[in-house]
Design a protein around this ligand. Structure first.
Ligand SMILES: CC(C)NC(=O)[C@H](Cc1c[nH]c2ccccc12)NC(=O)[C@H](CCCC/N=C(/NCCC(=O)O)S[C@H]1O[C@H](COP(=O)(O)OP(=O)(O)OC[C@H]2O[C@@H](n3cnc4c(N)ncnc43)[C@H](O)[C@@H]2O)[C@@H](O)[C@H]1O)NC(=O)OCc1ccccc1
Length: 292
């Protein structure tokens, strides 16, 4: 290791050593990100996936963007619904669901809103969709509680059809091809208060669901967490990015990073402690191997 490079723990990428740790572990937490669904064919937020047409995905995922142009933001989410419906959970999702069925003390936190965990029949009590779901519709009026979970209709309405048929996608995704403005009147409206419907996801600047956050904190406080799996995430968005360290403070936690760039990512390698692991590669290939 060069002068400034931290000495890495001897077996930080040894699957045998990890299996030994897994065998003696009881309470396991996972924090998942877009990289887990990459092998299913869904774009991540970094790199090419970070932009939708000429817009930064993170700019469109805000209450302000929806206020300014609900048609544009609905096209963005209708497109992601269409893409998520056109792919399947991968071996990584299934390995996590299998671990949940095997170990009641395994809790899976996901930042993904694509419902691929849910479609891999991951036991619901052991899955926390931190940022909501593309397939839950809610009312955009803060005072209205209407919501429609597990709504897989695509297109949701004629105005959003361009985002739900493969034939029109190339034009839709081509920033040089101007979008026909969508009249908000032609977008889905709440059957109770007639305000606009919105996708049931947590936008930047919006709080996560209080009850769910309390449940997660209670689970973490209920005893030492033996392993935290940090899977396919760039760990920049909070509060999701804070859970691994939160567990570590409770004592003897192995933080196990599973990421394409785990062997090059400075942040990952510099934060590796003696009992930690880092496995570089595709989560869909690594997780079945690691969790068998
Ligand atoms: C950008 C960041 C600095 N900003 C935040 O964190 C903000 C503000 C903030 C709060 N606390 C802070 C503390 C410090 C700094 C900032 C903050 N957080 C919030 O706004 C949160 C809400 C955050 C949730 C936002 N919604 C999303 N999603 C839903 C919508 C949608 O999806 O459209 S976030 C969205 O982006 C994030 C993307 O990150 P990743 O999933 O990690 O994906 P990424 O592409 O970045 O990385 C992919 C990784 O996978 C790897 N990879 C790729 N392929 C593979 C492969 N095949 N295998 C393995 N790995 C792979 C790559 O190497 C890479 O590392 C995910 O969380 C995703 O859900 N709300 C809130 O704090 O509310 C408070 C509050 C309280 C009271 C009252 C009012 C407000």
């Amino acid at each position: 290791a060069s002068k400034n490079q931290k000495q890495l723990p001897k077996e930080y990428n040894s699957i045998t050593a990890f299996h030994k740790k897994l065998a003696e572990s009881k309470r396991i937490l996972a924090v998942c990100g877009a990289g887990l669904s990459a092998a299913s064919g869904l774009a991540t937020f970094r790199g090419a996936g970070g932009h939708w047409r000429e817009h930064k995905a993170t700019d469109l995922a805000t209450p302000g963007a929806f206020r300014r142009d609900p048609g544009l933001v609905w096209l963005f989410y209708a497109y992601r619904r269409h893409m998520a419906l056109s792919v399947k959970p991968n071996a990584g999702h299934h390995a996590l669901a299998a671990l949940a069925k095997k170990n009641p003390d395994f809790l899976c936190l996901t930042q993904n809103v694509d419902n691929l965990h849910q479609r891999s029949l991951h036991p619901p009590p052991q899955l926390k969709p931190l940022h909501g779901s593309l397939f839950t519709l809610t009312c955009s009026s803060p005072s209205c509680t209407w919501s429609s979970p597990n709504n897989y209709a695509s297109p949701l309405c004629p105005a959003l059809a361009p985002a739900a048929s493969s034939s029109s996608l190339s034009q839709l995704l081509d920033p040089s091809h101007p979008l026909d403005p969508i009249d908000p009147k032609s977008l889905p409206h709440c059957p109770d208060c007639h305000s606009l419907q919105r996708p049931g996801v947590v936008w930047f600047g919006e709080p996560l669901e209080e009850g769910m956050l309390d449940e997660i904190d209670r689970w973490i406080d209920a005893g030492p967490v033996d392993i935290v799996l940090v899977i396919g995430t760039s760990s920049v968005v909070y509060p999701a990015a804070g859970y691994a360290e939160a567990c570590r403070t409770k004592g003897h936690t192995s933080v196990v990073t599973v990421n394409l760039d785990a062997d090059q990512n400075r942040q990952t390698l510099n934060s590796l402690q003696e009992e930690d692991f880092a496995f570089a590669g595709d989560a869909a290939e690594l997780l079945p191997e690691l969790l068998k």
